[in-house]
Design a protein around this ligand. Structure first.
Ligand SMILES: [Zn+2]
Length: 452
């Protein structure tokens, strides 16, 4: 008789991938990851914000810890640029005058140490201009921080530990094609300005100021990516992606101005991360898998466009892009179900339906799925010919792009189930012989894009 492995050991081997999956894609880990990404501390992950950069660093550290590979040695980041401005806080001059009744106080602020310039304005100087001053606990502070139409200078008092204060130090970059307003927004280190008078007398502020003209530049932005090397088809790639940016801080709704973007798309980012972590623990698939978190999706798919314009791997070797969007808010009755954008354009949806079924997830129709095909990062790949679709398991709910898109509203068990099923789909795409193909309708659609 030949030596044989004892039966329990064989079944352990067979069950091993499943066990590894169960160990990493759990409700607890989903809640932890999506909770971090969508926390108020991330300030809505606006592209160009220090909080988005912090998110990129966190994702990089998780990829590193999971034992994934860097595509380009020494960095987890893929760089692209957006137009912006160079602003120099060390060259501003600001003197504030505070008038409360008969009490007139002049406060001269030291450039960079006490006062920093946040936004780019048309004007570069003003004398004795009325200005708006918002103290730290002022409810309109967050709105002023994002003021895009300031006709008078704005001064916000901010804690010197805050990410915005730190990011506005010295010579720094500000995103935007146009100057943001007629007058700039300045930040003042908290504690320097006098408190409101005890008798609640009206306080008037004016300021004399100057700031150097901003210089137009290209500002580096970053997608985050991690590679899992395949085996016999390692030079072919499956791209699993989601966007990790959102729309930042906006107008307060019920006192909350932070657009957390929990569903859009902290859920997709969580899926990409947990899929990468799970697959790093499993036997390598045949094709390589590239996990990518895109910035600037909310600014018009610019992160994925930048990625495709200077792809770190040959795009003609990318057999499919599985892009993941909004998993956390299923419509009633659609719990544990998913849908695919542009499902009638290729055989991707049929492949997905079979693979997701192995994870107990049914693929269903969604009324706007055809329209949404061109509304997320998959489209940047599709327009270059890569079979690329977005998978969603959510809805266009009333909290979409509002501060109320928060973690508390996510259906974590539903999300966990979908992410586990996405593991089946990623494995299928990475292991199957035949790569997904556009059908005739898909080819016609792409031809129209090319012709435009
Ligand atoms: Zn989105």
């Amino acid at each position: 008789m030949k030596n044989r492995l004892p039966l329990p050991f064989v079944s352990l081997l067979l069950a091993w991938p499943l066990a590894a999956q169960a160990a990493t894609i759990t409700e607890e880990r989903v809640r932890e990851a999506v909770g971090w990404i969508a926390a108020d501390e991330r300030a809505g992950r606006d592209t160009g914000s220090p909080e988005l950069q912090a998110t990129a660093e966190w994702l990089s550290a998780r990829f590193a810890k999971a034992g994934l590979n860097q595509v380009k040695e020494g960095s987890w980041l893929h760089e692209f640029t957006l137009p912006g401005w160079l602003v120099d806080s060390s060259k501003v001059a600001v003197t504030l005058v505070r008038t409360a009744g008969k009490d007139v106080q002049e406060i001269t602020l030291v450039a960079d140490k006490d006062v920093r310039q946040l936004t780019v304005a048309d004007a570069v100087a003003g004398a004795k201009e009325e200005c708006t001053v918002a103290l730290l606990d002022d409810p309109v502070l967050q709105r002023l921080l994002t003021a895009n139409n300031a006709r008078r200078p704005v001064v916000c008092e901010l804690d010197e530990q805050s990410a915005r204060w730190l990011a506005a130090g010295g010579s720094h970059r500000v995103l935007g094609n146009r100057r943001q307003a007629a007058r700039p927004v300045f930040l003042v280190r908290a504690g320097l300005l006098p408190k409101a008078p005890a008798d609640n007398a009206e306080v008037l502020w004016s300021m004399t100021w100057s700031a150097p003209a901003a210089e137009k530049i290209e500002v580096p932005q970053h997608n985050v990516m991690a590679l899992l090397r395949g085996t016999d088809k390692a030079d072919e790639f499956v791209v699993v992606s989601a966007h990790y940016d959102h729309i930042g801080i906006g107008r307060p709704v019920d006192g909350d101005a932070i657009n957390n973007g929990a569903d859009d798309d902290a859920t997709g980012t969580t899926a990409v991360l947990l899929l990468a972590e799970a697959m790093a623990k499993m036997p390598a698939p045949r094709r390589s898998v590239l996990f990518v978190c895109f910035a600037a999706e909310e600014r018009g798919l610019l992160g994925s466009a930048g990625f495709c314009a200077r792809s770190p791997v040959p795009l003609d070797k990318v057999v499919a892009n599985l892009n993941i969007e909004m998993l956390g808010r299923p419509e009633a009755g659609k719990e544990g179900k998913a849908w695919i954008t542009g499902a009638d354009l290729s055989d991707f949806a049929a492949i997905a339906a079979t693979a997701l079924q192995r994870g107990g997830v049914e693929v269903v129709e969604f009324p706007m799925a055809a329209q949404l095909f061109a509304q997320s990062d998959n489209y940047s790949f599709a327009r270059r010919g890569v079979v690329a679709h977005s998978l969603s398991a959510g809805s266009l709910h009333e909290d979409y792009h509002r501060p109320s898109d928060q973690v508390e509203k996510l259906d974590i068990p539903h999300m966990t189930k979908i992410i586990r099923a996405c593991l089946e789909l990623t494995l299928e795409l990475a292991n199957r012989d035949q790569a997904p193909q556009w059908n005739d309708k898909g080819k016609q659609r792409l031809q129209k894009v090319k012709d435009r």
